[in-house]
Design a protein around this ligand. Structure first.
Ligand code: R5P
Length: 295
């Protein structure tokens, strides 16, 4: 079987390089020219005729720019005769806008699904989606992978318990509880959609001395900061965070560094090189992707 051709947009180059090296493949060249008005021109740098191609691109901030890049790369591959296109989108932007929360809103996720499919992507690989129903919105195969097994290895089980910072994370916390055998608690969280203010209202379940908050996304960091404070008030002596997607927007970096959290462990679905801080530790999902691509 001919080797895969692996390309990457700007947001996921480091992760794509890691996967290429695990697979023993050289990353395929992609020319990106930026014009003075900000528009970009993309060119696939080698022949892909009749080849199985893979495109890496996390649609993290700048979200719209990363999406546009991705769309143009897919179009370039299609026009150049690629036999198939697998989209590796480790972080899936707009996934939280999956229904109409308030009258008049757009369902951004639905728009993204339509565009990706209409461009001719054959398969999608993504990680720890906000809702397990997202793959069902696609009419193409979708591999929903998880970093939870990697996080399980980071947990010292001594006097420990898991915590979901909101009700939406119950499925995730139950899964990790099954893997680790640890008890768990769930926080009731309130977020004001107008002001963005987040409040950890109350906590139910077992809280042990060493608490591990498990979440899919850290965006503004507000969910984690208030959850950690509530855990401290309820007897936790150490608080660690395990979260797949380090969006780290707004003041998240400084807020988390000065928060009551001891350490923040994230995966590399999003490149954090320019957002590094003392409490941050990054583990890699490259091996999981390489295994999926080998299937
Ligand atoms: C929400 O339901 C998600 O699971 C995360 O808890 C949320 O997206 C985190 O956002 P932020 O860091 O802005 O509080």
């Amino acid at each position: 079987m001919a080797e895969l051709k692996i390309f990457s947009g700007n947001s996921s180059k480091k992760l794509a390089e890691k996967v290429c090296s695990l697979l023993g493949i050289k990353m395929s060249p992609l020319e990106i020219k930026v014009f003075s008005d900000g528009e970009k021109r993309f060119r696939i740098g080698e022949s892909v005729v009749d080849r199985d191609c893979v495109v890496f691109q996390s649609t993290c901030p700048p979200v719209d720019e990363n999406y546009m890049e991705l769309f143009f790369i897919i179009d370039g591959l299609k026009r150049s005769g690629a036999k198939s296109i697998t989209l590796v989108m480790p972080y899936f932007g707009y996934q939280r806008q999956d229904h109409v929360f308030r009258e008049g809103e757009a369902v951004s996720l639905d728009v993204v699904v339509k565009i990706v499919e209409s461009l001719g992507v054959d398969r999608v690989i993504s990680f720890d989606l906000h809702s397990i129903k997202i793959p069902e919105l696609f009419n193409i195969p979708f591999a929903h992978l998880s970093a939870l097994s990697l996080f399980a290895e980071k947990i010292n089980k001594d006097n420990a318990s898991l915590v979901s910072p909101d009700m939406g994370g119950i499925r995730r916390i139950k899964m990790l509880s099954e893997i680790t055998g640890l008890p768990y608690a769930v926080i009731q969280k309130d977020r004001d959609l107008e002001t963005g203010k987040v409040e950890a209202v109350k906590i139910e379940g077992e809280i042990h001395k060493n608490a591990f908050i498990v979440d899919d996304i850290i965006a503004s960091g507000k969910t984690i900061v208030v959850a950690s404070d509530l855990l401290r008030q309820n007897g936790a002596e150490s608080v660690s965070v395990l979260a797949t997607h380090a969006v780290l927007s707004g003041n998240a970096v400084s807020d988390l560094q000065k928060s009551s959290v001891d350490r923040v462990i994230v995966s590399d679905t999003i490149d954090t090189e320019d957002k590094s801080f003392e409490k941050l530790e990054v583990i890699s999902i490259a091996d999981l992707i390489a295994k999926e691509l080998k299937k």
